[in-house]
Design a protein around this ligand. Structure first.
Ligand code: BGC
Length: 496
């Protein structure tokens, strides 16, 4: 039995270390960085207010920058779901194929294999991608089901990029995120592309549900903890899903004949929040990351928060300070010049160095970049990592708060997953403190905070399987799992 309980014990408090021996010019730089990267409570509340408006705008007919995608996931599990389903997760670095057996008592069994995704594939061709995925599914079936190789199986496909959905099993990719840039996929429905590759290779699998990792996380977490009302991912990318009701989604008006109270899970795609740069406190480093990315002017919020970018922000600040003559004087920084050569795990290591004089950071910089650092420099680097990590956690909390406020939720659990949430030191406590700042909870101990962002169940495995199960059940009962053909036609006309 696989139980994915809390993944990490609460981490210890940040060891700030003394700045007594840091020379005045570096102290001055540190203080400037603090001003640049700190999001105080007032700013945080202004961000939440704007965020709420943008969430509504995304649901309106006119639309806004946050896509707010109706996912056609219309029920939470009741815990009694049974059966065996395949789940496929196309993450950034790996492909994961799982077979999930739902046991009917809020429990499950899972068998899974991971397949390394060659990094070139992120910018390769579409055929290469779908063929590779079909090969992995085939390899999985061959090793797990050699005897009943021709039995048609249902797949929950977690494809975590913004996709417009007219039904639960399909999705037109709006745009790639997280550094992906594969031609001929944007603007196309990904389900027929995968099914065509499966057919070519004679793999008997049907895509029953195409889901976002956040929706899967919400559903999987609700399965084991019914107080869960939201799913969030803070990993390579960031995003959230929650349940709304049809009457609150004006952009569905005239396109569905559902009862106005029908629940509908929304994949927010909140990484796109503030693409127009109205409220987020962007620094010149954030601007540079955006301009040099494959999709400039997209994912403004994500680029300040998500794991893919945290190390890059740190690297750009270091290079800037070096060029201005404040750090690494007369050192060869060639290796630091490589874009994305620092990832969020390096920042975690910097923050976690237990030694007052930061000798682990010293070893890291020597071995990774061939740079001998001084102790005051390392103190600056550590403070910078803290600032970047704290900004990420506080902005993330602003998103959670905005959804809760919009929905009038005063108490709930939020299932959270992703490498930043699970592994970045103090991310969870910093996020909780930011929620306390926003909602004014400081009179109570953190264990009593009414909105708890906590480690989720496996959304792209168990969540995808559950959604496949819920979909098949709805279909059997004749309940809708997508728009009716006449409405799809109407939608197509509207977009002409
Ligand atoms: C994607 C979302 C996804 C998030 C977390 C973002 O870049 O657009 O669909 O949920 O990353 O994986």
């Amino acid at each position: 039995m696989v139980h994915l309980g809390p993944k990490k014990p609460p981490s210890r408090k940040a060891a700030k270390g003394s700045m007594a021996d840091v020379p005045r010019d570096l102290l001055e730089q540190i203080s400037q960085l603090e001003t640049l990267f700190t999001v105080d409570t007032q700013k945080l509340c202004a961000i939440v207010d704007h965020f709420m408006k943008e969430l509504e705008k995304g649901l309106s007919k006119e639309g806004g920058s946050i896509p707010m995608i109706p996912t056609w996931v219309m029920t939470m599990p009741d815990g009694k779901e049974r059966g065996t389903y395949l789940a496929l997760d196309m993450g950034g670095t790996n492909l994961r194929v799982c077979e999930v057996e739902l046991l009917g008592n809020r429990d499950f069994d899972i068998t899974q294999s991971k397949y390394h995704m060659p990094p070139e594939m992120k910018t390769g061709s579409s055929e290469q991608l779908w063929d590779y995925i079909a090969d992995c599914l085939q390899a999985f079936l061959q090793s797990h089901h050699p005897s009943d190789a021709q039995k048609e199986l249902s797949l929950g496909f977690t494809f975590s990029y913004p996709c417009t959905q007219t039904a639960i099993h399909n999705g037109v990719l709006q745009r790639w995120t997280k550094g992906f840039d594969i031609d001929n996929v944007e603007g196309h429905d990904v389900q027929p592309m995968l099914e065509a590759a499966l057919k070519r290779k004679n793999v008997p699998i049907t895509v029953t549900a195409l889901i976002n990792d956040t929706t899967g996380t919400m559903v999987a977490s609700n399965y084991t903890d019914p107080e869960t009302q939201m799913g969030v991912i803070f990993g390579t990318g960031c995003n959230a899903a929650y349940f709304d009701v049809v009457k609150n989604i004006p952009k569905l008006e005239g396109l569905v004949d559902l009862d106005p109270e029908t629940p509908m899970a929304i994949n927010c795609e909140w990484g796109a929040f503030d693409n127009e740069h109205v409220v987020l406190p962007r620094t010149k480093y954030d601007v540079q990351i955006d301009e040099d990315s494959p999709r400039p002017n997209q994912q403004a919020f994500e680029k300040m928060i998500a794991g893919l970018y945290l190390g890059e922000i740190h690297r750009l600040v270091m290079l800037d300070l070096h060029e201005q003559g404040f750090i690494f004087e007369r050192k060869d920084v060639e290796k630091l010049k490589k874009p994305y050569s620092i990832d969020a795990s390096l920042l975690s290591q910097i923050e976690e160095d237990p030694f007052e004089n930061l000798t682990e950071v010293e070893d890291l910089f020597l071995s990774r970049f061939g740079i001998q650092t001084t102790e005051p420099e390392r103190k600056l680097l550590r403070r910078l990592a803290e600032l970047i990590g704290t900004r990420s956690a506080r902005l993330s909390a602003a998103g959670v708060a905005a959804i809760c406020k919009k929905m009038g939720i005063e108490k709930c659990h939020v299932g959270a997953d992703g490498s930043v949430f699970n592994k970045y030191p103090h991310f969870q406590e910093r996020g909780a403190e930011a929620l306390a700042d926003i909602f004014g909870w400081h009179h109570m101990p953190p264990t009593h905070y009414p909105i708890k962002v906590q480690p989720a169940e496996d959304g792209s495995g168990v969540g995808a399987a559950l959604i496949a199960a819920l979909t098949l059940k709805r279909m059997k009962e004749g309940l809708p799992v997508g728009m009716k053909p006449e409405f799809i036609e109407k939608l197509a006309q509207e977009h002409k």
